[in-house]
Ligand binder design. Structure first.
Ligand SMILES: Cc1cc2nc3c(=O)[nH]c(=O)nc-3n(C[C@H](O)[C@H](O)[C@H](O)COP(=O)(O)OP(=O)(O)OC[C@H]3O[C@@H](n4cnc5c(N)ncnc54)[C@H](O)[C@@H]3O)c2cc1C
Ligand SMILES: *[C@@H]1O[C@H](CO)[C@@H](O)[C@H](O)[C@H]1NC(C)=O
Ligand SMILES: *[C@@H]1O[C@H](CO)[C@@H](O)[C@H](O)[C@H]1NC(C)=O
Ligand SMILES: *[C@@H]1O[C@H](CO)[C@@H](O)[C@H](O)[C@H]1NC(C)=O
Ligand SMILES: *[C@@H]1O[C@H](CO)[C@@H](O)[C@H](O)[C@H]1NC(C)=O
Ligand SMILES: *[C@@H]1O[C@H](CO)[C@@H](O)[C@H](O)[C@H]1NC(C)=O
Length: 643
């Protein structure tokens, strides 16, 4: 017994070593990486961090920060993976910086709807496109029909003006001493009575002529919330302005003091920023100062990249660079996970066209599901659940059923991070990359399935998904436009569908080449590169640069795509939970592993060792009557035999 135990242990060690050599990243370190990346609140994943002035919202602080406050909130609902949100983030950071002095009356905040934990909030606020900006006023409470005022612009100057306009129509007086006085100066007001209700610290009144439909004075008042010595008042009428020596044709403002003296100032231009600057310097000249600004959200010390994370990410990336045409199991799984657990779950209501689209998508996913046994069961059950509904289904019901299935079936996903879609920085690549990968994979599986009759099954599922669920709104719009232009519904065969998707993806690659969302380590190329597939490109002397499709050998492209998406060649690099894998794939992989590991050893010796180990393990299993191994379910997947 003892000797057998020792032999078994030795075998396990040998097998473990083989595994870790061939997997590239030692498995124990991989586990650490997985743990780090699956932390529910990964500060590195959102678009905002401790260095900017955007108030970071999440499920834990949302209500206490924005509901029933005595000030308003500007909230951005975004998805980290949405390219447009990424491009907008620096603009929003600047706006938050600029509007920092407004914080006693309105704060600038953001919530990441791509974080699964925030599904419920994004559902409540019926976020239909990303990014969405909403203003939630003081005492705000969401109801079924009221979830804030949507601001339909992303221009920072317009946003500033809209916010000032919203602030100016709120009824806020007693609750918030900082609220600006929005009442215009009237004809009956005089230099004497304007100070009547003011506190003694307020030694100056700034009078600003505000042209029709402008928010100049309110904005200026907001910029000066921190200056206790001054109250800003708006004047809407040119004759009243003249009474205070303001020429409404010039951009002028008046500073009035308690003795009735008027000082006229001419700001640099007609913006509230220039007006506030002019008033501030006048006040400083009178030896007045602002109160110190309080910190809005205690500056969280940004957890610097978890120790070792960078190194492991770069190990993954160099592995991916070494094997340019591998498709990774990890990415397929991550795509499915995000689709189900985030994108669909955070919908408020799924009815009509979106419901049909979801049913179609789940049908295709069930048919060509790359997940392991549990994952295949889950998707089948989920599809059965969703097709019962013919009117509507709420995202919450979907999420509950999904969670129920996950807790019933156990481990579904074998990884919690991307591999082929890992970006060189945390905000690059990821989900959108894996979504392309998944749909290419599905289109190739469909092409290899003789039973599938409908050449459009995958394209239709993808189109419906992208149109109704994909949380990258500008991607979705572009894609729908492209689908119509490229006549997606005229695709006549399954092979053509594979090529349609390939060509559409290349069009997107071309448009995004050089974009801010491009990962410098993964430049946008016309795929596949000449290095990956020389025969895919025809060397034509006169092919112009922009006639992309002229110089492709489509037959070669098609077989290339079919090859790389062949389930047998899907790489399991970085997938530690072997038992979840498709058994046939695991076997295939073991074969490949053995051949690669033993290539520089005596192959026969190696095979013998391996066989011996397996023999010993079987023996050990018998002897110790091991329980709890996975059930072998015969799985006659006819796709797997094909190339
Ligand atoms: C439907 C859709 C529409 C999108 N529209 C936009 C948009 O309008 N604006 C925007 O900013 N972002 C858009 N994106 C995101 C963008 O396309 C990329 O996903 C993102 O920039 C990440 O790029 P990536 O370098 O990881 O490679 P991706 O372009 O995501 O590609 C993923 C992987 O697929 C392989 N691949 C590349 N090209 C092809 C091809 N032609 N055929 C087969 N395989 C290929 C490569 O191995 C690549 O690494 C869209 C994404 C999707 C899914
Ligand atoms: C937050 O507020 C909403 C709406 O009032 C409520 O439904 C929800 O339960 C609250 N969440 C928490 C965590 O208090
Ligand atoms: C402000 O209060 C008045 C009366 O109290 C009410 O008619 C008006 O609708 C309120 N305005 C807002 C924006 O709540
Ligand atoms: C102000 O807005 C109103 C309503 O939108 C519009 O009718 C009016 O012409 C605007 N005035 C100016 C000076 O732009
Ligand atoms: C207006 O003046 C301010 C302050 O001098 C300056 O920062 C801003 O760029 C100017 N804006 C325009 C539109 O000229
Ligand atoms: C060059 O391009 C033109 C038009 O695109 C085509 O008609 C011609 O046959 C091409 N010539 C060669 C040598 O491929």
């Amino acid at each position: 017994m003892n000797r057998q135990g020792a032999q078994l242990a030795l075998c396990l060690v040998v097998i473990y070593l083989l595994e870790s050599i061939s997997a590239g990243v030692p498995l124990n370190r991989y586990e650490t990486l997985l743990k780090q990346q699956s932390e529910p609140q990964d500060e590195l994943l959102g678009l905002y961090d401790g260095k900017d002035k955007v108030v970071k919202l999440n499920v834990n602080n949302f209500n206490e920060t924005v509901l029933e406050q005595n000030r308003g909130s500007l909230v951005e609902f975004y998805n980290t993976y949405c390219g447009h949100c990424r491009r907008f983030a620096p603009v929003y950071k600047k706006l938050a910086e600029q509007l920092h002095p407004w914080q006693d009356v309105v704060i600038v905040s953001a919530i990441d709807c791509a974080a699964e934990e925030n599904n419920g909030i994004c559902r409540t606020y019926e976020v239909m496109s990303y990014p969405t900006l909403r203003y939630l006023g003081p005492s705000f409470q969401p109801t079924a029909t009221q979830y804030g005022v949507k601001l339909e612009t992303q221009n920072p100057d317009e946003l500033r003006s809209l916010l000032a306009g919203l602030v100016s129509v709120e009824n806020q007086t007693a609750n918030n001493i900082h609220w600006p006085n929005v009442a215009p100066v009237t004809e009956s007001d005089s230099a004497g009575n304007l100070f009547e209700d003011l506190q003694s610290v307020q030694e100056q009144i700034a009078l600003i002529f505000e042209p029709e439909n402008s928010t100049l004075a309110i904005e200026t008042a907001m910029f000066l919330l921190n200056w206790p010595a001054v109250e800003v008042r708006r004047i809407n009428d040119a004759t009243i302005a003249a009474k205070f020596k303001i020429d409404s044709k010039q951009h002028q403002l008046a500073l009035l003091d308690r003795r009735g003296a008027i000082q006229i100032h001419t700001p640099a231009n007609q913006t509230s920023i220039a007006y506030a600057q002019a008033i501030e310097s006048a006040l400083r000249a009178l030896n007045m100062t602002p109160r110190p600004q309080k910190q809005l959200q205690q500056q969280q010390q940004l957890p610097s990249a978890p120790i070792g994370r960078n190194r492991e990410v770069s190990e993954i990336i160099s592995e991916v660079h070494r094997n340019k045409h591998l498709i990774y199991q990890a990415d397929l799984e991550q795509a499915i996970r995000t689709i189900l657990h985030n994108e669909v779950s955070k919908q408020n209501e799924i009815g009509g066209e979106p419901l049909v689209a979801l049913q179609r998508f789940l049908t295709v996913l069930e048919r060509y599901n790359p997940l392991g046994t549990n994952g295949r069961q889950m998707v089948s059950k989920l599809r059965e659940f969703v097709v019962q509904f013919n009117q509507k289904l709420s995202g919450q019901q979907f999420e509950q059923e999904l969670r129920r299935l996950v807790s019933k079936l156990g481990q579904i996903y074998s990884t919690t991070n991307y591999v082929g879609c890992t970006g060189s920085s945390p905000h690059l690549r990821g989900f959108t990359c894996s979504l392309w990968t998944l749909f290419h994979y599905l289109s190739v599986q469909s092409a290899g399935n003789e039973e599938a009759q409908d050449p459009l099954e995958v394209l239709q599922a993808m189109h419906g998904y992208v149109r109704n669920f994909f949380g990258c709104t500008d991607c979705s719009n572009h894609f729908q436009e492209m689908a119509a232009r490229r006549k997606i519904w005229s695709v006549a065969s399954k092979d053509e569908a594979v090529l349609w998707l390939w060509a559409a993806h290349n069009e997107v690659n071309q448009r995004l080449a050089g974009d801010a969302t491009e990962d410098p380590q993964f430049p946008k190329i016309q795929f596949p590169s000449a290095n990956s597939c020389a025969q895919c490109r025809r060397a034509t002397a006169n092919a112009s640069k922009d006639s992309l499709e002229l110089n492709w050998n489509k037959d070669a492209v098609l077989s290339f795509l079919k090859n790389i998406h062949n389930p047998q060649f899907i790489s399991r690099y970085g997938v530690p939970r072997e038992q979840l894998q498709h058994e046939a794939l695991v076997k295939e992989r073991q074969k490949r592993q053995i051949s690669s590991v033993f290539s520089d050893m005596d192959v026969r010796m190696g095979m013998f060792l391996y066989a011996f180990c397996i023999f010993m393990m079987v023996l050990a299993f018998k002897l110790f009557a091991f329980k709890g191994g996975y059930r072998k379910k015969p799985y006659g997947h006819d796709l797997l035999g094909k190339v």
